[in-house]
Design a protein around this ligand. Structure first.
Ligand code: IPE
Ligand code: IPE
Ligand code: MG
Length: 247
């Protein structure tokens, strides 16, 4: 850990730490553009930043981290950018898997692998298998993920299973989503100043708290993350009732 990431004695540590944090990692392109660099350099810097945030999750006691890395709509970007993003995912698996494994991270994937190159699909599956018994931090990587697509696929499976209409419940739908078995996100963070969900966890996020910051994703470091968790800690959640709910 580098020295600027060490907590200072007077720093306020988060209380009521969210169990599940989901992040829309936005602003890589603008980060690169503002430095006169190609967009790809922003994606690389953003990937580098992810290590810091994974470490910070372990430090602060977050148990599930879901990161939005590539949406079903991102296929509409130029081919070179898509290729660069696929390449980065492959590189992360090749270079970081041993360390993630050693840190106790369990990797999961949200989305469909079918549109990815066959070799990359195999690597993702192997990474999931290798880390499946880790339990320090679950990291869900949403890649080729779309919330609407996820719900459509869940409904298709339910229909294919022949479930009668009157047996379709919220729990049944939840259990057919990619996040089956995991609690809903307590906090959704979006960097880069945009204030929208962009098709991310639209079912699971029904009662999530939102935190928006103008900071671009590659600059969203441990300190910015700590501030987001501190802000979450003083929110009062009511889930439609009159009772404040303790996180
Ligand atoms: C987020 O950064 C990463 C992905 C969507 C893959 P962007 O690439 O959207 O960066 P901006 O929004 O153009 O700055
Ligand atoms: C959302 O960011 C998707 C990811 C961070 C992977 P976008 O940059 O694609 O979203 P829009 O287009 O601004 O809504
Ligand atoms: Mg963007």
């Amino acid at each position: 850990m580098v020295s600027d990431e060490l907590p200072c004695p007077e720093e306020e540590l988060p209380v009521n730490v969210p169990y599940h944090v989901a992040i829309i990692m936005d602003g890589n392109g603008r980060w690169a553009q503002s430095r006169g660099l190609p967009r790809q350099a922003g994606h690389e810097a953003g990937t580098e930043n992810l290590r810091r945030i994974i470490r910070a999750c372990v430090e602060f006691g977050v148990k599930v981290l879901t990161i939005y890395a590539f949406s079903t709509e991102n296929w509409g970007r130029p081919r070179w950018e898509i290729r660069a993003l696929l390449h980065i995912l492959e590189n992360v698996i090749d270079k970081e898997l041993n360390e993630l494994y050693a840190e106790g991270v369990q990797l999961r994937h949200l989305g469909e692998l079918d549109r990815l190159p066959a070799g990359l699909q195999r690597k993702v599956r192997r990474a999931i298998e290798r880390t499946q018994h880790n339990d320090r931090l679950i990291v869900n990587v949403a890649f080729n993920y779309g919330g609407r697509d996820e719900i459509v696929r869940a409904v298709q499976h339910i229909v294919a299973e022949g479930v009668p209409a009157n047996e379709i419940t919220e729990d049944l739908i939840s259990s057919h989503l990619y996040t089956a078995g995991l609690p809903d996100p307590d906090l959704i963070i979006r960097t880069s100043g945009e204030q929208r969900i962009s098709n991310f966890l639209i079912w699971q996020g029904a009662y999530s708290e939102h935190f928006y910051t103008p900071v671009l994703w590659p600059d969203f470091d441990r300190e910015e993350f700590r501030k987001a968790l501190v802000a979450f800690g003083v929110r009062e959640r009511r889930f439609g009732t009159l009772e404040p709910h303790r996180n």
